[in-house]
Write a protein that binds this ligand. Structure first.
Ligand code: ZN
Length: 451
C-alpha cells in the first residue's frame, strides 16, 4: 500500500483516494513571466513521477496543473518592456512547455488559465464576503485568516506565531498581517475585470482553490507543489475552501528546495541560469535522474559534477539498452524486481532506492549476458524497461546509435557463422571492431554496440 508524507498531518500516512482506482491531482503550475528555473523543473519532475507511478500501479490519474497568466509580476514586466501582458504570458507559456517537453514531463490533462476563471473567482469572493470572512479595503478585498480555526495547519505553526513573524504586505488597512488579498483593485492602466468592488483582478491564492475544485471536485486526492508553496499559498487556498464549506484536498505533498552548487539560486553552474539553459547544455534526462536520486522531500543540490555523473549513468543505461535490444521481445519482467520497485515507491516514494535498483538490475543482467545466460538476463532487462518506464526515464537503446553499414556487417557475420565459415565471421568481427564498436555473440545473433 502506498504511504505518503502529508504536510497537513505532519506524518507519513496511507494514501487513501476518494475513489478506488482513480486519482485526482492538482499541482500549482507556473506564473508565466520569465523562463522556468531549476526549482520549477524539480517540482514538475517530482509530480510527473508521482503521476506515472500511480498510473503504472493501475490507477486512472487525472492531472491538473494551472497556468497563472495574470499577476503582479506579469504586469510589471510587461510595463517595463512596453509589451502587451497577454503576449508576454503566451510567450513565456510556450517556453515553459518546451522545457517540460524536453524533460519528458507529461502534459497535464487540463491546464486551466487564471484569466478564464475570473468570474468564478469573483463568485467565491462574494460568498466569502457574505459569510463575513472577506472584507473590503481601499485597495482590494481581504480574507480574515482568524476566521479559520486551524489557520496555519500547512505552515505547521499556530496563528499567533505566524502573526508575529508575518511581513506586512499590501494594504495598511489589513486587519491582521496574516490576512491576504482575495481581490486587487486595479491601478490606472492595469488589466481589469469587473467585480462588485470595482475593476481589478483576483489574488493568486483564489485562483487555485477555484480551479482545483471546479475541475476535480470536492475532496480531490493530491494537492502538490514545491515546499515554498505550503505557506502561505496552499494554506490560503485551504482557508478559503474551509470558509466556503468545501471539502478540499485529501493529501498535501510538497517537494524540497533546489540548491545550485551548495547555495540557493547561485549562478555558478557554468552558464546555466535557468531550466532552458540546463536542458540545452546537458542531457535533459540527467536532470530527471538527479531528481530521482534525491528523495523528493530532501533538498537537492545541482552541480556540474552531479549532472555529468548522471549523464555517465545514462550512458551505461543506453549501452545496456542497445545490448539487450538484440534479445528480442521475450520474457516478462522479473517479478521479484517489480516487487522491490513497488516496495520502494510505496514507502513515501523512495526514488533513490528505486533508481539504485535499476542500476543493480543492469549490472546483474550484464553479468548474466557476459556468462552467456540470456535466459537469466531477459527478465532482468524487461524489469529495467518496465521500471524506467514507470519513472519516465527513457533509455535510448535505439538502433540509430549503430550505423546501418555496421549492422549490415553484423548480419553478414551471422550468415557466415550459420554457414560455419569462421574465417569470414572473424574477418567481419575485426572490421566492426576497427570502426570502434564491440561485437558480442548472443543467442539472438551478433550484437554491435559502441565500445
Ligand atoms: Zn496554486
Amino acid at each position: 500500500m502506498l504511504r505518503l508524507y502529508d504536510t497537513a498531518r505532519g506524518d507519513v500516512v496511507p494514501f487513501e483516494p476518494r475513489e478506488r482506482g482513480k486519482v485526482s491531482m492538482y499541482v500549482c503550475g507556473p506564473t508565466v513571466y520569465g523562463p522556468p528555473h531549476l526549482g520549477h523543473g524539480r517540482f514538475s519532475l517530482v509530480f510527473d513521477v508521482v503521476r506515472r507511478y500511480l498510473t503504472w500501479a493501475g490507477n486512472e490519474v487525472t492531472y491538473v496543473s494551472n497556468i497563472t497568466d495574470i499577476d503582479d509580476n506579469i504586469i510589471e514586466r510587461a510595463e517595463r518592456e512596453q509589451r502587451d501582458w497577454r503576449e508576454l504570458a503566451q510567450r513565456c507559456e510556450a517556453v515553459w512547455y518546451r522545457a517540460m517537453d524536453a524533460l519528458d514531463v507529461l502534459r497535464p490533462d487540463s491546464d486551466p488559465h487564471a484569466t478564464a476563471f475570473v468570474e468564478r473567482m469573483v463568485a467565491l469572493v462574494e460568498r466569502l464576503v457574505a459569510a463575513g470572512v472577506g472584507y473590503e479595503t481601499g485597495d482590494g478585498v481581504y480574507f480574515r485568516a482568524e476566521a479559520v480555526d486551524d489557520y496555519g495547519l500547512l505552515a505547521r505553526q499556530p496563528l499567533d506565531s505566524l502573526r508575529a513573524g508575518a511581513r506586512v504586505e499590501g494594504s495598511d488597512e489589513k486587519r491582521s498581517p496574516v490576512d491576504f488579498a482575495l481581490w486587487k483593485k486595479a491601478k490606472p492602466g492595469e488589466p481589469t475585470w469587473p467585480s462588485p468592488w470595482g475593476g481589478g483582478r483576483p489574488g493568486w491564492h483564489t485562483e487555485c482553490v477555484v480551479m482545483s475544485l471546479d475541475l476535480l471536485g470536492e475532496g480531490f486526492d493530491i494537492h502538490g507543489g514545491g515546499q515554498d508553496l505550503a505557506f502561505p499559498h496552499h494554506e490560503n487556498e485551504r482557508a478559503q475552501a474551509v470558509a466556503d464549506g468545501r471539502r478540499f484536498a485529501r493529501h498535501w505533498l510538497h517537494n524540497g528546495f533546489v540548491e545550485v552548487e551548495g547555495t540557493k539560486m547561485s549562478k555558478s553552474l557554468g552558464n546555466v541560469t535557468n531550466l532552458v539553459d540546463l536542458v540545452e547544455q546537458y542531457d535533459a534526462r540527467a536532470y530527471r535522474l538527479l531528481v530521482l536520486r534525491s528523495h523528493y522531500r530532501s533538498p537537492m543540490d545541482v552541480t556540474d559534477d552531479s549532472l555529468r555523473d548522471a549523464e555517465a549513468a545514462l550512458d551505461r543505461l543506453d549501452a545496456f539498452g542497445r545490448r539487450v535490444a538484440g534479445l528480442g521481445g521475450g520474457p516478462g519482467a522479473d517479478p521479484d524486481a517489480l516487487t522491490r520497485f513497488r516496495a520502494a515507491m510505496d514507502d513515501d516514494l523512495d526514488t533513490p532506492a528505486a533508481t539504485a535498483l535499476v542500476f543493480d538490475l543492469v549490472r546483474r543482467a550484464n553479468t548474466a549476458l557476459d556468462a552467456g545466460e540470456a535466459a537469466t538476463a531477459g527478465p532482468l532487462a524487461a524489469a529495467v524497461g518496465e521500471i524506467t518506464g514507470a519513472l519516465g526515464l527513457a533509455i535510448r537503446g535505439d538502433e540509430a546509435a549503430v550505423p546501418a553499414d555496421l549492422e549490415a556487417l553484423a548480419q553478414r557475420r551471422d550468415e557466415a557463422r550459420a554457414a560455419r565459415d569462421w574465417a569470414t565471421a572473424d574477418k567481419l568481427r575485426k572490421e566492426i571492431a576497427a570502426a570502434g564498436y564491440v561485437v558480442e555473440d548472443t543467442p539472438a545473433g551478433t550484437v554491435v554496440r559502441p565500445a
